[in-house]
Design a binder for this molecule. Structure first.
Ligand code: LLP
Length: 414
């Protein structure tokens, strides 16, 4: 029902591996990723942009598992990072520092130092204060810091307000006027080297016209910079390309994004960088959970499952839709069930009044599109050990992160 994930003779498979077998061996809740689906999503972008010089810098925040990063490294990906922890993960996975970007509004001095010492591709700078901080760290280390300014193209990507980042009111990026000032400062500094420009307008964007509008505005700024003698080598258009969260919907093709961006990038003769996260891993992962109790109240039928909002926060945090199906394919009549977790908050829900078969306690459910912002946003809330992660490759699977233990929960408290 999603690429590389579907039913065969009544059982859910990820590639050629039975989901039930993984759950029996590893336990639940468990995140399961398909290597093939990751590769396919990556290649779709690569092919759509084959006519330009492109670096795909995978947004590590969407799925930070080292083994997932290794799969991407093998494909040639770089990394878009937002903390020293993410840089550390990317480097551990073998991604070359020269393919690593460092973004975020609040980079600390120690993080800047770490990145400079490793020799990353560039810092995506978000404010004047940060530019000066990078300059001073670079001076202390006697290095030249390659930078791009993150500009705010002020477009509305028509997505959830929490993940729209290119609006005028946003904390991200700087306006064009300020950007010109920062580039001038950077150009004059011995310790800074402006090499690119960056924007990121939001996430889960399914209408590429916002990308087109943003690219067109930023291109004009690049022309202005070029006329002032600033060499802009990289045009970093951020991430944000959306996916389908419903199995019967089609995602916007990567080709459409290519058509929106390429003419502008070509006009200013830049290399293109993209920072996709969700688009590469989102539909490559599922969260498998077990039905603990079927609870009927006068109002509703609840399926109480063993995964909670601490494991997958998106439904409770953004009211995001995640498709849910039983791991055993069951045909026939469906009833309405509200799928909830064990956490002591009403918002701990995976889906309300979902048409699902009447299930017996102990049966397994799959929550789809959980590969992006799933485990990476998981917490230990309610003192729940975080789930295991598994990577499927054909008919083999590998535990790529062990389930946390009770001892893990308190290991930092002694
Ligand atoms: N680049 C920058 C600068 C970003 O801020 C982000 C995401 C990305 C790239 C990757 O965006 P993607 O291609 O994955 O859409 N937790 C939210 C999503 C937050 C996105 C934050 N920034 C969610 O679960 O929907």
């Amino acid at each position: 029902i999603f690429p590389s994930i579907g039913y065969k003779s009544g059982e859910l498979y990820v590639e050629e591996t039975k989901v039930r077998e993984i759950a029996e061996e590893v336990g639940t809740p468990v995140y399961i990723y398909s290597k093939r689906a990751i590769e396919k999503a990556y290649r779709e972008i690569e092919e759509a942009f084959s006519k330009v010089n492109l670096l795909i810098a995978f947004a590590v925040k969407s799925n930070s598992n080292v083994w997932v990063l290794k799969v991407l490294k093998e494909l040639g990906a770089g990394a878009d990072t937002v903390s020293v922890g993410e840089i550390f993960r990317a480097i551990t996975a073998g991604i070359e520092p020269k393919k690593i970007l460092f973004a975020g509004v609040g980079k600390r001095e120690d993080e800047i130092e770490f990145a400079l010492e490793r020799g990353i591709l560039m810092f995506n700078v978000e404010s004047e204060g940060e530019l000066l901080k990078i300059e001073s760290v670079a001076e202390r280390l006697n290095k030249v810091a390659p930078i791009a300014v993150r500009v705010n193209p002020e477009v509305n990507p028509k997505t959830h307000p929490y993940i729209a980042t290119g609006l005028r009111s946003s904390k991200f990026g700087v306006d064009f006027e300020t950007a010109l000032k920062l580039y001038r400062k950077a150009k004059e500094s011995r310790y800074l080297k402006p090499i690119g420009i960056h924007f990121h307008i939001g996430s889960q964007i399914t209408d590429v016209s916002a990308f087109e509008e943003a690219a067109s505005k930023v291109k004009e700024l690049v022309k202005e910079l070029q006329s002032r003698g600033v060499e802009v080598e990289y045009f970093d258009a951020g991430g944000g390309l959306g996916i389908n969260y419903k199995p019967d919907e089609k995602p916007v093709p990567a080709k459409a994004l290519a058509e929106a961006l390429i003419p502008h990038v070509k006009e200013v003769n830049c290399k293109l960088i993209l920072e996709p996260g969700r688009r590469i891993v989102g539909n490559a992962g599922i969260l498998v959970t077990k039905l603990l109790y079927r609870k009927e109240t006068p109002e509703k039928l609840f399926y109480v499952v063993d995964a909670g909002m601490n494991d997958l926060a998106r439904p409770s945090l953004y009211k995001a839709y995640h498709h849910i199906e039983p791991v055993k394919e069951i045909s026939g009549e469906r009833i309405k069930a509200t799928v909830v977790g064990p956490i002591c908050e009403s918002g701990d829900q995976f889906g309300q009044d979902r048409p699902l078969p009447l299930l017996k306690e102990g049966e397994l459910l799959a929550v789809f599109s959980a590969g992006a912002y799933g485990f990476s946003m998981a917490s230990n809330y309610n003192s729940r050990p975080r789930p295991a992660e598994v990577l499927v490759d054909g008919s083999n699977f590998k535990v790529i992160r062990q389930r946390e233990t009770l001892a893990d929960l308190i290991s930092r408290e002694f």
